[in-house]
Design a protein around this ligand. Structure first.
Ligand SMILES: Cc1ncc(COP(=O)(O)O)c(C=O)c1O
Length: 396
């Protein structure tokens, strides 16, 4: 056996997006690039903002001696201070560099957090539908995933949380705006979750961390403002990145912020820094830390994503599909018109449309569509969606 049994099984479980991607390559070879409508990947086609390119050029044209060396494992003090300053303005809370750690994307940040807080066998609650990598990150760091179900609008409920919490629960991961559904968790819900966690901590005599994975935080629509977990629960940790808001996922730059109210925050930070080092990340990429320091207020064109969302959502619902309106990120999660979404996906594939089955996110009966793609791909997919809607009797 060339790879371990565990890795082989994990590869099979976690490969839906990759499988659809590979199908896309075959379809494109057969029918040509322009005749295949690939809505599977969360890899934004938009370019980073001009400010990013200018900053990158500035550092290339006027390098500072030592700028490519190792630095403290938490990252450059000035970068941490800049991110903390931006977060302080966003939250109205006093965050400083001491609350921040620069990471290798949100993915690296999540692994660092889990490594820091989990004892072997601890449970981590994950809300379905979920970003499937959570299950692997939790396993990487010796924990067990405990899956809780969201309601029909893809929001966690206090009763489902209460049922899922146990004396072995060490953490709850939330993700808002959400991949794969695009929903934004409202402040009232976060307040209820915070209260319940405090109550259950007292009941179990345990400490439960709320880990908020928010790489899409700045991609929210309709003038909504982002409810910050730090206002609702002191034992909370934010993990984020610039993969989506600056459209630079390949550059691997993100951060962890601990709540300023976190008990023993200094010890937690020491643990995070240690784990960032010993997981082998060592530090976040130096050049990217320099570059994002002055870009904390820059984002891609959020209005453009909102326009794509409006266009696709109204087209699909007009055809009779049932789709919860996303309030952020760049995904939507339509309900399959038939019980088994694999049948729905097979019909879509006949129209050269590719999407990801809900079962890849722990919720069968749905599919995930990404709209961080070219307008022409969205437009080109609509006749096929209409044909499939007719096939299922959703429209004439
Ligand atoms: C919900 C969620 N969390 C984390 C990540 C990882 O992001 P990063 O590229 O910053 O590691 C992604 C990437 O798609 C995501 O969708």
């Amino acid at each position: 056996m060339t790879v371990s049994r565990k890795t082989r099984e994990a590869m099979q479980r976690g490969s839906w997006i990759r499988r659809m991607f590979e199908e896309g390559i075959v379809l494109k070879q057969q029918y040509g690039e322009d005749n295949v409508f690939d809505l599977t990947l969360g890899n934004p086609v938009v370019e980073p903002p001009t400010a990013f390119k200018e900053e990158l050029k500035k550092w290339a044209d006027a390098p500072v001696p030592g700028m490519h060396r190792y630095m403290p494992n938490a990252g450059y003090p000035e970068t941490r201070a800049a991110v903390a300053q931006a977060l302080s303005e966003e939250t109205g809370l006093a965050l400083s560099a001491e609350h921040m750690l620069m990471t290798v994307g949100a993915a690296g940040g999540l692994n660092v957090v889990l490594k820091t807080i989990l004892n072997p066998g601890d449970e981590v609650i994950v809300w379905a539908p979920y970003f499937v990598e959570y299950l692997f990150y939790i396993d990487n760091q010796g924990g067990f995933s405990s899956i809780a179900e969201t309601d029909d609008s893809f929001l966690p409920t206090p009763s489902a949380l209460e049922e899922a919490l146990s004396p072995r629960t060490r953490a709850v991961i939330i993700n808002s705006p959400n991949n794969p559904t695009g929903v934004l968790y409202p402040s009232g819900l976060l307040a209820e979750m915070g209260k319940l966690l405090t109550k259950q901590e007292a009941k179990f005599g345990s400490q439960i961390y709320l880990v908020s994975d928010e790489p899409y935080r700045k991609l929210i629509y309709d003038g909504l403002s982002y409810p910050f977990i730090f206002h609702y629960y002191p034992r909370s940790i934010v993990v984020s990145s610039h993969s989506k808001d600056l459209a630079i996922p390949g550059e691997r730059i993100g951060y962890i912020a601990i709540s300023p109210q976190l008990e023993n925050g200094e010890e937690v930070m020491d643990g995070l820094v240690f784990c960032n080092r010993t997981l082998g990340y060592v530090n976040a990429p130096a050049l990217m830390q320099h570059v994002v320091t002055s870009l904390q207020k820059a984002t891609v064109d959020v209005a453009d994503y909102q326009r794509k969302r409006d266009y696709l959502h109204s087209a699909l619902t007009d055809m009779g599909y049932s789709v919860v309106m996303p309030q952020g990120a760049f995904y939507m999660f339509p309900k399959s018109p038939v019980l088994d979404e694999m049948d729905f996906l097979a019909e879509l594939r006949k129209q050269n449309i590719l999407a990801v089955p809900g079962k890849g996110f722990g919720r069968s009966g749905y599919i995930r569509i990404s709209y961080c793609i070219e307008d022409k791909t969205i437009e080109g997919s609509l006749p096929g969606f209409r044909e499939v809607a007719r096939h299922y009797g959703l429209c004439d």
